[in-house]
Design a protein around this ligand. Structure first.
Ligand SMILES: NC(=O)c1ccc[n+]([C@@H]2O[C@H](COP(=O)([O-])OP(=O)(O)OC[C@H]3O[C@@H](n4cnc5c(N)ncnc54)[C@H](OP(=O)(O)O)[C@@H]3O)[C@@H](O)[C@H]2O)c1
Length: 301
């Protein structure tokens, strides 16, 4: 299978490269220049997906079997002030990739977010629930979904949440770094979600697209919207407590109102991996188990 990964230098992108590198022909795309560890092993393309003409030209030239699109402007609070940047990258950039896929009916897998929901449902969201994005970032990601749905037949929209992985700044590394400087940390208790390890998500994506032993051409039965996260749920406060369980740092619970971040975030955005379960597939492991492996991977345990 010829796979193009857009956003290959990012946190999820790097794990996708690792998981998919065996037995697949990989092409890597990112706006950044590639580190030699990637450019020496794979075909790479430095490209800004907001450039519609170049994206169309280069992606159709590669003519992959599938594009896995994880490139995004991911600064949730920054999107409130850099509105154009968010919509250009996340909505129009995704449209540009979808238009290139349209030419040869190439399948597209897009990563979206739990933030497309408003968080008011009070129970886990299934794929059939209606999105109601509240922030600029969430709206821009949702518009990426809408472009894909209107332009393509063969697509997967994979919504995930609260990602942590070895190749990017994330909540776990932020908490670990703060704990090295401070004896007391304030963490929000009134936002609930499901932390997800990028390595587990990358493996699940490989399973979804049939890159692991199944015939890719039969993938048609699993196109559509998917919620994929590690199992279990927690607040940011509980997540921080688990990260710091062996430390003497004092954690103080606070509310979102007290933290006063620029972007509104959903209070409860747990994603029920409903279609995954209906498909009869084994749920992803609990986030606490995944966290333990991640802490080992980064040498913190
Ligand atoms: N992180 C989370 O908690 C979370 C939760 C749910 C869903 N998601 C989604 O999951 C995906 C991966 O997230 P992540 O945390 O791995 O993100 P990330 O580490 O920020 O990776 C995104 C990559 O895309 C690149 N990129 C940004 N703008 C681009 C452009 N215009 N053209 C080409 N490449 C561009 C980035 O380069 P630069 O670094 O140079 O900008 C970066 O290498 C994103 O679609 C995100 O919306 C993330």
């Amino acid at each position: 299978m010829r796979i193009l990964i857009a956003g290959a230098c990012g946190m999820l992108g790097r794990d996708l490269v690792e998981v998919l590198s065996e037995g697949q022909e990989l092409y890597l795309l990112d706006v950044e220049r590639f580190p030699p560890s990637l450019s020496s092993q794979f075909s790479t393309l430095t490209l800004d997906i907001t450039d519609s003409e170049k994206t169309y030209r280069e992606v159709t030239k590669i003519n992959p079997d599938i594009v896995i699109h994880v490139a995004a402007y991911t600064d949730v609070d920054g999107s409130e002030t850099n509105r154009d940047l968010a919509f250009r990258a996340n909505a129009l950039g995704t449209r540009n990739i979808a238009l290139a896929c349209q030419r040869f009916d190439t399948a597209l897998l897009y990563i979206s977010t739990d933030f497309v929901f408003d968080g008011e449902k009070g129970e886990p969201y299934v794929e059939f629930d209606r999105p109601e994005p509240q922030s600029i970032y969430a709206k821009s990601k949702y518009w990426g979904e809408l472009y894909i749905e209107s332009l393509l037949n063969r697509f997967y929209i994979v919504r995930s949440s609260w990602l942590f992985g070895k190749s990017g700044k994330n909540f776990v590394t932020t908490i670990l770094n703060l704990a090295k400087e401070k004896k007391k940390l304030e963490v929000v208790t009134d936002q609930i979600g499901s932390p997800t390890y990028t390595k587990d998500l990358a493996r699940a994506i490989a399973q979804l697209i049939g890159a692991r032993g199944k015939d890719f051409s039969t993938g048609a039965s699993v196109y559509g919207i998917w919620h994929i996260t590690n199992s279990g749920q927690c607040s940011w406060y509980e997540f921080a407590a688990q990260i710091l369980q062996d430390s003497d740092v004092h954690l103080k619970p606070i509310t979102s109102e007290e933290l006063d971040r620029p972007a509104r975030r959903p209070k409860f955005s747990v994603l029920d991996n409903y279609i995954w379960r209906l498909q009869g597939w084994k749920p992803l492991r609990h986030w606490k188990e995944a966290l333990k492996d991640y802490l080992k991977e980064i040498g913190e345990q």
